[in-house]
Write a new protein. Structure first.
Length: 139
């Protein structure tokens, strides 16, 4: 319980610091984004991009792409983009997702591309193999 109180206090302090920093300049943001895959067991796979935590007042455009490949690789330039979506602003606790049917066993990877302070950033999920039922295959 004591650890939780300390953690919450530190998060509150961090939020206050970033609030003051955002007053000094327009468009400052601190965000914790995540990207993950999930097999649905119904013959589909879903990629989800979520804004887990954000402080500041900047617009956060995000593009989510789901890739598939018959081989185990993490180089998305060699994988096939099977679905894509985007948002002009991924707000705090918001998420975007794409779902695709799985017709045969394949390796999947999701990637988000977002822009912060004019710089493009990329965040990639792990590569996961799913069977034709959309169930994760554990090696």
């Amino acid at each position: 319980m004591k650890r939780i109180s300390v953690l919450l206090s530190l998060l509150l302090l961090l939020a206050v610091c970033f609030s003051f920093a955002s007053c000094a300049g327009e468009g400052n943001v601190f965000a914790l984004l995540s990207v993950r895959l999930k097999g649905n067991g119904d013959g589909t796979v879903t990629a989800v991009a979520r804004n887990e935590f954000a402080v500041g007042s900047s617009v956060l455009p995000v593009e989510l792409t789901l890739y598939a490949c018959s081989e185990n690789m993490s180089d998305t330039s060699r994988m096939q983009a099977v679905s894509r979506t985007q948002t002009d602003d991924l707000n705090l606790f918001s998420a975007i997702e794409v779902t695709v049917p799985v017709t045969e066993p394949a390796y999947f990877c999701a990637e988000i591309v977002y822009t912060v302070h004019g710089e493009t950033q990329v965040l990639q999920s792990g590569v996961v193999r799913y069977d034709a039922s959309g169930d994760r295959v554990v090696a």
